[in-house]
Design a protein around this ligand. Structure first.
Ligand code: FES
Ligand code: FES
Length: 168
């Protein structure tokens, strides 16, 4: 069945069974492979995208449940050149390790910061339920705080150990 979705500001057509998870339409039909498949059961958050600004686990969201006029945002739509403030903070603090979970992490962080520009540790704990096998949680938290403080790693008063062992 032919359907249409609004993704990253563009109307996109695709054909899929209505029960197909949104994740697979994004990845397989539309080539938006920045959104990852991890658990498939709404636990890990690797598949996080936004629908009308709300973070959604696309592995368990039937594509037919998303209306054509709802606004889907994937990691590809965040910026063309990794210039979104959250992406910049992620780069500045060397947040990713293998990287697999990170687009989901970033999408969750963007949603959190839109809702709460100055999140507390508790806010971060509650919003960032994504799983990272590489254990980047401390750097994820630090990068969110960098964005919240409106500066880069060096002005945010944070001490971050990078993957090469250096401290910034
Ligand atoms: S792949 Fe969707 S939550 Fe894990
Ligand atoms: S950076 Fe490897 S799973 Fe998170």
């Amino acid at each position: 069945m032919k359907s249409r979705l609004n993704i990253n500001g563009l109307d996109r057509e695709f054909e899929a069974d209505p029960t197909t998870p949104l994740l697979w339409v994004l990845r397989e039909q539309l080539g938006l492979t920045g959104t990852k498949y991890g658990c498939g059961v709404a636990i890990c958050g690797a598949c996080t995208v936004h629908i009308n600004g709300v973070p959604v686990r696309s592995c368990v969201r039937a594509v037919s449940s998303v209306a054509a006029d709802e606004k889907i945002l994937t990691i590809e739509g965040l910026s063309r050149d990794a210039s979104h403030p959250v992406q910049k903070a992620w780069i500045a603090l060397d947040v990713p390790q293998c990287g697999y979970c990170q687009s989901g992490m970033i999408m969750a962080a963007v949603a959190l910061l839109r809702e709460k520009p100055k999140p507390s540790d508790r806010d971060i704990d509650e919003a960032m339920t994504n799983i990272c096998r590489c254990g980047t949680y401390n750097r994820v938290r630090a990068a969110i705080k960098v964005v919240a403080e409106g500066g880069d790693a060096r002005t945010a008063g944070l001490s971050i150990q990078h993957s090469d062992g250096s401290i910034a």
